[in-house]
Structures are given as C-alpha cells and as structure tokens.
Design a binder for this molecule. Structure first.
Ligand code: NAP
Length: 324
C-alpha cells in the first residue's frame, strides 16, 4: 500500500482474511473496461489502499465475442505484471453457465477451479464462491468438493452468493454434519434501492451463523452515483438502458433526492453516500462496487472517510422504504 486513504483492513468474519472496506468488482474487466483501462482501475484501487478484488469464471461471457474467463485473465495478467499477488485478496466464483458447464457438482467444481487458477496465474484462490445455488446437486456433494479444495490449499475460504435462506441453511448443515469447511461469507444483491430481499430472513440467518456480508451492486449498477436523473439525457454507459429499466420509478428518484441532501451536508459524492450507507448496515463488512476509470475508483474509496449521522440514516431509511 502506498497511500493510506482507506481505513485499516478488517477481518472478514471467520474466513481468516483481512480486507479493505471496499471490494473492487471485476465484472467490468473485458466488458466496459478493456485491458489497459482495467489495469488503470486496478492500479488506482491498490494505490488508494484497496486489497479485495471480486471476479467470477463467467465474467464477461455476455459480451459478444467473449467466452467467459476474460475478467480472470486480465486480473491474472495484472497480478503478474505488478507482482501484486501477496498484496491482494482474490475472490472468484463457480456455478454459473460457462463453456465447461454449470452448477455445483463435484466434477464441475474440481475442473473449474483449475481453469480459474490458471487464468488468475495463482496457486491459491483466497475466497471461492458458489455463484448460484444448484437445486440438482445435494449440498453434501458440493460442500465435500469445496472442502477438498480447502484441504489441498487451492482455496483459503468458502462463500455463497445468491442463495435462498433454505439452501444456505442446508449447506451449512451439510458442512456441520460432515465436519467440512463451511461458507463464511454471503454475497447478496443489496443497496439503497434493493433492500427487501436481503433484510429480514437472510440477514437474520447471517447474524445467527456468523456469516460476513459482501453485497454486490453497491451502486445499483451506477444509478446511485447520481448521474441518472429524471428527465435528463441518459449517461453514455453501455449499462444505461438496463439501469433505467430497473430503477426509473418513484423509489429510485426519491432515494436520489434524499441522497442529495446527505451529500450536501457532508460535501460527499452520491456514490460515497451509497457505499457509506451499506458500510453502516449490520453484517456488512465490505460492499462491492466496480469502476471504469481511476477517477471513479478514487471517488469510491473516499466513502470510507464519510460517517453518516442519525439524521442521514433516518432520511435514507424513509426514502428507500417506499414502494417502487
Ligand atoms: N454475485 C453476483 O451474482 C454478482 C452480480 C453482479 C455483480 N457482482 C459483483 O459486484 C460488482 C459490482 O457490480 P456492478 O459492477 O455490476 O455494479 P455497481 O458496482 O453497482 O456499479 C458500478 C458502475 O457504476 C459506475 N460508476 C462507478 N463509480 C462511479 C463514480 N464514482 N461515478 C460515476 N459512475 C460510477 C461504473 O459504470 P459506468 O462508468 O459504465 O457508468 C461502474 O461500472 C461486479 O463487478 C461483480 O464483481 C456479483
């Protein structure tokens, strides 16, 4: 770390990992960021004190001409070129549809981890996620396969993403019964305009089971940065149409209004308010956000100098509790 612009790294629950309070999202590498732009974003993030990078085997397969694995490949090249392996915590995922297959069966996991290790150019993945639950595979099989990766040193800690409380409970039970490594982290979608799926049963379960939460879409794909405004021209992002389809509604615009007030009070950007709000929520250790330029990265890292007060939290709570 060359600059201390974010607060000290903190324990990621019982995973044994220590992470910065902002996790950098990697779905833009090979999508809205080419290799050079991705390197610039990664450099700025590490220079600003970040150490936690999130990717997946499937990123960015949705781009015409891509096969999946592009994000891991770019990240692997950057790790090697910057000799950065020991300075960062690398999270990746298995389970989405790739060229190799899909799901959380033993064979698929064991083959996919080798693909990820090769593309990332590392010997160990710090945090390995089940990207989606797999109703066709018994959790005992999935957890035994993951456990073998932890025992062999290919993976340090395990995590789940997009899991229902029921499947998460079954998976934790399978680990307990079999004396196997367990999930220590959950990655749900969670932000100021998407709260209901996480708050309640899922969060209660995380608290009960001591799982740390690393939410994705911390900026609602860019909506919560304030660059989308009602009646204004759409920003020039390839993601713009999807963002507006989801958030062009009464709750979305109401949340932005409340964020504007908080932002003025603190002289902070809207993106900083969005991430500081997430950082203040129970169970959340490090929200994930991606960036497409070093300027965006520096803005995001500034979130962790912002402390929201009671009045701020109350205003954001009211606006984000409205119907969409
Ligand atoms: N587990 C899962 O199923 C899952 C699903 C989705 C995402 N994820 C993870 O979560 C990460 C974050 O999700 P995401 O990247 O889709 O959405 P996000 O973090 O909510 O939004 C990021 C986008 O907002 C814009 N932005 C960022 N900082 C900005 C700033 N300071 N000012 C203005 N605009 C800014 C950038 O897009 P533009 O410049 O193009 O506007 C950036 O790509 C992903 O990279 C991935 O690692 C996981």
């Amino acid at each position: 770390m060359t600059q201390k612009t974010v607060e000290a790294h903190k324990a990621l629950g019982t995973s044994g990992l220590k992470v910065s309070p902002l996790c950098l999202g990697g779905n833009v590498f090979g999508w809205t960021c080419d290799e050079a732009a991705s390197f610039a974003v990664l450099d700025a993030y590490v220079e600003g004190g970040g150490n936690f990078i999130d990717t997946a085997d499937v990123y960015s397969r949705w781009v015409p001409g891509n096969k999946g694995g592009e994000s891991e490949t770019i990240l692997g090249k950057w790790l090697t070129s910057r000799r950065a392996r020991d300075r960062v915590v690398i999270a990746t995922k298995v389970g989405a549809q790739t060229e190799r297959g899909t799901g959380l069966g033993r064979e698929h996991i064991l083959a996919s981890v080798e693909d990820s290790l090769r593309r990332l150019q590392v010997d160990t993945i710090d945090l390995y996620y089940a990207h989606y639950e797999d109703p066709k595979t018994p959790p005992e099989e999935t957890m035994a396969a993951f456990d073998s990766l932890v025992r062999s040193g290919k993976v340090r800690a395990l995590a789940a993403s997009n899991h229902t409380p029921q499947r998460l409970t079954e998976s934790l039970e399978a680990s307990r019964r079999g004396g196997l490594a367990r999930y220590t982290v959950l990655q749900p979608e969670y932000n100021l305009v998407s709260r209901s799926a996480f708050e309640g049963t899922v969060r209660d379960l995380c608290e009960r089971e001591g799982l740390s939460v690393v939410p994705y879409y911390g900026l609602a794909s860019g909506f919560l940065t304030g660059k989308y405004r009602k009646g204004q021209p759409t920003p020039p992002s390839p993601r713009a149409a999807g963002v507006l389809k989801k958030h062009d509604n009464a709750r979305g615009w109401g949340v932005l209004e409340a964020m504007d007030q908080v932002s003025k009070r603190h002289g902070a950007s809207l993106a900083q308010v969005a991430l500081a709000w997430l950082g203040a929520q129970r169970t959340v250790v490090a929200p994930i956000a991606s960036a497409t330029s070093p300027e965006q990265v520096r803005d995001l890292l500034g979130a962790f100098r912002l402390r929201l007060g009671e009045e701020d939290l109350r205003a954001l709570e009211v606006a984000s509790s409205r119907e969409a």
